[in-house]
Design a protein around this ligand. Structure first.
Ligand code: ATP
Length: 297
């Protein structure tokens, strides 16, 4: 018996970051949009818990119990008193440590797959609460579509999306550690009064209308200066995409992937070609949003 779940990557169309809290976390106003790049997690009965991974970035994925897919399986097994003897295989297409929530996707995917394989009967609400324990971005990977995350980003409100948005993602060499990017954010903002993070009404309206130009005008990522400070070459990638006619470009989450919103499929092909020709990224991926959340296939 085995179950396969497909889970999307995300881009943050707005990532407003508040000051560091006493516990070290930051309050966020985080507008997530699921995009059509997917990992697939297959869970099969086995004699012990093990993780394998295939894909271009597979070598960077931990295969021990720190893997978010393994942690998700263990969390559900513990709650239900089930022996977590399963083989978790991740077919990885989402860049690793790329700011696209690939690990979170695998956590949500493994949770949904194990719930089905074990017929554990966890409700949507219970799955979401396990996701929130696993990490701030994991609940969104389960639900997909578009959502506003507040708190650490894990309290979600579904958002309306009135059309299809076209994107090009420029994949960078190597990853950026999310905690390191937040540390750099704190360093850059030392002595600065960081405003409360608030979702942009104009951005939410642009999403609801499916208006790419209006969305382009309102995209924002407060982590971008920190990501650029740690990886100055990303400025060249952003410049190459904008020069090729993207409506807007921004760092995706904590980076180093950069995201370019484009008008249509034709513009996407042009921007992707220009990004590759510029030599400022290792690959360019064309995709659309919104994408559905974790789905059994
Ligand atoms: P986010 O956008 O949520 O900040 P990210 O996309 O930048 O995350 P991930 O691909 O989730 O980053 O990986 C971050 C780190 O998490 C990796 O360097 C790796 O050590 C660890 N990790 C744990 N489980 C996984 C997994 N299933 N896939 C990828 N990385 C994982």
């Amino acid at each position: 018996m085995s179950v396969t779940v497909r889970v999307p990557a995300k881009v943050n169309v707005q990532l407003a970051v508040g000051a560091a809290r006493p516990d070290g976390f930051h309050d966020l106003a985080n507008v997530f949009l699921a995009v059509g790049l997917y990992d697939e997690v297959t869970v099969t009965e086995s004699d012990e818990l093990r993780v394998t991974c295939a894909g271009p970035d597979a070598g960077q994925v931990p295969l021990d119990r720190t893997n978010l897919a393994a942690r998700a399986a263990l969390a559900l097994a513990r709650r239900r008193g089930i022996d977590p003897a399963v083989h978790l295989h991740i077919a990885k297409d989402i860049p690793v440590a790329g700011g696209m929530a690939g690990g979170s996707a695998d956590g949500a995917g493994a949770l949904l797959a194990c719930n089905a394989l074990w017929q554990a009967g966890a409700s949507r609400a219970e799955l979401l609460s396990i996701c929130a324990e696993l990490g701030s971005d994991v609940p969104f990977s389960l639900v997909g579509g578009a959502a506003l995350g507040t708190g650490r980003g894990e309290r979600l409100r579904a958002l309306e999306v009135g059309g299809t948005f076209h994107w090009v993602f420029a994949l960078a060499e190597g990853g950026l550690s999310t905690p390191a990017v937040y540390r750099e954010f704190d360093r850059l903002n030392e002595g600065v009064r960081v405003p409360e993070p608030v979702a942009s009404e104009d951005l939410l309206a642009a999403l609801a209308k499916g208006d790419a130009e209006a969305l382009a005008a309102t995209l924002s990522n407060d982590l971008e200066p920190a990501a650029l400070s740690l990886r100055p070459s990303l400025a060249d990638t952003l410049e190459a995409g904008r020069a090729a006619g993207a409506l807007a470009g921004l760092v995706s989450g904590s980076g180093p992937t950069t995201a370019f919103l484009v008008r249509d499929a034709e513009a996407a092909a042009k921007v992707a070609d220009a990004l590759l020709a510029s030599g400022t990224c290792r690959a360019a991926r064309i995709t659309e949003s919104p994408a559905p959340g974790a789905t059994v296939v």
